[in-house]
Design a protein around this ligand. Structure first.
Ligand SMILES: *Cc1c(COP(=O)(O)O)cnc(C)c1O
Length: 446
């Protein structure tokens, strides 16, 4: 029986298929424990302590390769805000990904990870003069978010005697059906230049010293479970490309952003990169042919690359029978903010007794001093006790990257699993991290 359960072996017990739903072959149940590849997650939690983020290297590589297969001629820029772990970025670089960065900090991390400057896009709706200088010095392309930013950037580039290659962030006015806080392409969103202003802004940029406009960029939102909004955005981007070409502009790059959703919930399947390709490539290719242009297509996936690679392990401290059954664990919204921020669902399994039947309904809460510190509501789980380890699945995107030290909680460690190896890629903070950079003012010392 055990021999059937080797790494990458597709034969997994029927029970775990039901538990994990979907093709999550990096997660299996063996001897009543959750395994990631060949690593026992419960044993790992005992050894490293919790909370703990644990990522499967093979799953990460496979997710990137699925994008390469679906879009063999496009560049894929990993959206670093989804997960800024240096080792994971190094793997993304090895697998041929570029990076979408939103700050000077993210830029330095991806350069350190070895992502080539030609494969980096520096985004942002609120860049300072220093941000512009840093991007120019680093020699990376920028996405310009407004007509106003264009003028600021031109001044800085001219003063530095350099030329900045830019794309324009377009607000395509597309409404994806997703949580309102992560819909970014609505007319009312803070991002991008209104579609009808873009061609003229492009023309203005063509005449500015220090500026070289090379393309168009959009990003309509996140956790989008339908490919239609992507097709709509692609069509609108091609309309704008046509208007730019009509004014004499050259469009070398069209960046359609990220946003492809993943299957967090058993009942909410997500489109694959192949589905996305089927929705947008025909539009992109036909319209480019009509216009007689051959721009490079760029995508910026974050969540769909990294979310399902990672579980967040947390230990049960208290099981309290009150007006509902509460399970208080050692991770709260300080560790995993998505449930509180976006009402997100993360599937929960018991890493220490994965095959036990569900007997109780629990609300899983964290240790933070806020009523809103709820990680999972009304979940059917086996009867739990102190010391059990829960695994929150699909925690690789906007998980650690949104973690905070709120309530005096140092941030947790991150581990990379490869086969039977488990290596710490970021050590857990200790209490000294809470004091980092602080001092007591000398005049208050006595
Ligand atoms: C957040 C973001 C992405 C990634 O979105 P996902 O939903 O994680 O794929 C890509 N591009 C831009 C500009 C973003 O802001």
């Amino acid at each position: 029986m055990f021999s059937l359960l080797h790494r990458n072996d597709l034969v997994i017990p029927e029970r775990s298929v039901k538990i994990m739903f979907g093709p999550k072959s990096h997660l299996t149940s063996r001897s009543d424990h959750l395994f990631m590849e060949d690593v026992d997650c419960f044993a790992l939690a005992q050894q490293q302590g919790t909370p703990l983020y644990v990522t499967s290297e093979s799953r990460l590589r496979e997710n990137i390769r699925a994008y390469h297969r679906a879009f063999p001629h496009a560049d894929k820029y990993f959206a670093v805000k989804a997960n800024g772990n240096l080792t994971l970025l190094r793997i993304a670089a090895q697998e041929g990904m570029g990076a979408d960065v939103f700050s000077a900090g993210e830029l330095s991390v991806v350069r350190m990870a070895g992502i080539p400057r030609d494969m980096i896009l520096y985004n942002g709706n609120s860049k300072s003069e220093k941000d512009h200088e840093m991007a120019i010095l680093a020699g990376v392309r920028m996405s310009v978010d407004s007509r106003e930013e264009l003028e600021h950037l031109a001044k800085t580039a001219k003063r530095m005697g350099r030329e900045a290659e830019i794309l324009f962030r377009v607000n395509p006015d597309v409404s994806p059906k997703t949580h309102p806080k992560i819909a970014t392409g609505l007319r009312s969103s803070k991002f991008g230049i209104p579609a009808e202003q873009v061609a003229q802004t492009y023309q203005r940029a063509m005449g500015l010293a220090g500026i070289k406009p090379v393309g168009l960029h959009c990003h309509i939102g996140s956790q989008i479970l339908d490919t239609l909004p992507f097709a709509e955005a692609a069509g609108k981007m091609m309309d704008i490309a046509a208007a730019v070409v009509a004014l004499g502009g050259k469009v070398h790059r069209i960046d359609l952003g990220g946003g492809l959703g993943i299957q967090y919930h058993p009942d909410l399947p997500a489109p694959t990169p192949d589905d996305l390709a089927a929705a947008v490539l025909p539009i992109f290719q036909d319209r480019c042919r009509d216009l007689g242009i051959a721009p490079r297509l760029i995508l910026e996936p974050g969540r769909s690359i990294v979310a399902d690679t990672t579980v967040m392990l947390t230990t049960v401290n208290v099981v309290k029978r009150a007006h509902v059954n509460f399970v208080a664990v050692d991770a709260g919204f300080n560790v995993l903010a998505r449930p509180m921020l976006y009402d997100s669902y993360h599937h929960v399994v018991v890493a220490s007794r994965i095959d036990a039947p569900a007997e109780e309904t629990y609300t899983v809460v964290g240790p933070i001093c806020e009523t809103g510190d709820v990680l999972a509501k009304d979940r059917r789980l086996p009867a739990l006790e102190r010391g059990d380890v829960l695994a929150f699945l699909d925690a690789g995107a906007y998980g650690f990257s949104m973690a905070s030290q709120y309530n005096g909680q140092p941030r947790p460690a991150e581990v990379l699993v490869s086969g039977d190896q488990a290596e710490v890629t970021r050590r857990a903070e200790d209490a000294s991290a809470l004091l980092a950079g602080q001092r007591i003012l000398p005049r208050l010392m006595w």
